[in-house]
Write a protein that binds this ligand. Structure first.
Ligand SMILES: Nc1ncnc2c1ncn2[C@@H]1O[C@H](COP(=O)(O)OP(=O)(O)O)[C@@H](O)[C@H]1O
Ligand SMILES: CC(=O)N[C@@H](CCC(=O)OP(=O)(O)O)C(=O)O
Length: 281
């Protein structure tokens, strides 16, 4: 018997307990702009998500796209600043953010899932009252903090065997559009769904300590301490803030992991090797 065939059969068989554990589970996956590299990487991500759906899970994708927004702003000669990992968003910037996130980035993911044989629908937090926001802080302009999340549309999509792909935008009470940090939007959606898992896919293997070692599990107290002393900085701040809030809202566990690793989601869910940094109650 060919050794490769035996290894393949063993691999499939070893996934059975995990498939049973996660049958019917809701898993919210935040795909960060930095984790959305090559077309091959995107295809591998899409394949994992289609497999999750195929084995009876309810995957929900919430994406970022910061680097793609930066590239478009540069082409348009619009400068952009960040405060604690959040983009200062004036009216002109907001137009570009919406165009890039709901247009280019969202449809690239929808198409990749379609190409792997899955059914995906792209939407933003502005659709079907999914995310309502208030302004986070006047210094940030049109940056929103989710106040209400209505996940009804997501449940309809699950029932229709469809994978939601969500751009992190929200509607204001007065019809304004808000730019939401992708991690914040993913956390709010995971909280409203009481998701079994929230996976935050980024470009580093997890949360690193002062000496650069990845912490496989990290407590709320450690997060507070590492943020206060600057070890957690920049784009990692919204991720760890999101993780803590999501846990408070009833998400069972949050993992911050490297989305550039092939099959990152499958490795995390279907093996013992669980990757990245785990945050749980
Ligand atoms: N303690 C830390 N551990 C790991 N990464 C950190 C830490 N503090 C800051 N970072 C930075 O956070 C970045 C991830 O955030 P971000 O660039 O916003 O990613 P994404 O686009 O995937 O959401 C990492 O590339 C790293 O530069
Ligand atoms: C308010 C805010 O900062 N919004 C983000 C939305 C995109 C995002 O979060 O992208 P990543 O996940 O790739 O970083 C932005 O404008 O860049």
């Amino acid at each position: 018997m060919n050794r490769d065939w035996i290894a393949t059969a063993e691999t499939l068989s070893s996934a059975l307990p995990y498939m049973q554990r996660y049958a019917g589970a809701t898993v919210v996956i935040k795909l960060g702009g930095h984790a959305m590299g090559s077309d091959a990487g995107m295809a591998s991500f899409a394949r994992d998500v289609v497999l999750m759906r195929q084995v009876g899970m309810n995957p929900v994708i919430v994406h970022g796209g910061g680097p793609m927004i930066n590239a478009m702003l540069e082409r348009l000669n619009i400068t952009s600043d960040f405060i604690n990992g959040k983009r200062v968003t004036d009216a002109a910037t907001m137009e570009v953010v919406e165009m890039v996130l709901s247009g280019l980035v969202n449809k690239r993911i929808v198409q990749a899932i379609g190409a792997e044989g899955g059914r995906a629908v792209g939407l933003s937090g502005k659709d079907a009252h999914l995310i309502t926001c208030t302004q986070t802080n006047p210094d940030l302009g049109f940056v929103g903090t989710p106040t209400t999340v209505d996940p009804g549309i997501l449940r309809n999509l699950f029932d229709g065997n469809t994978i939601p792909v969500i751009a992190p935008l929200g509607a204001g009470e007065n019809g304004e559009s808000f730019n939401i940090n992708g991690d914040t939007a993913a956390g709010a959606i995971a909280g409203a769904l009481k998701a079994d898992r929230l996976l935050l896919l980024t470009d580093v293997p997890g949360v690193k300590d002062k000496s650069g070692d990845v912490l496989t599990e990290i407590s709320a107290a450690q997060i507070h301490e590492m943020t206060a002393n600057g070890t957690i900085a920049g784009g990692m701040i919204p991720k760890t803030e999101t993780a803590l809030k999501a846990i408070e809202e009833g998400v069972r566990a949050v993992v911050i992991l490297d989305g550039q690793v092939p099959n990152a989601c499958l490795l995390e869910l279907f093996t013992d090797h669980g990757a990245g940094s785990l945050i749980r109650t």
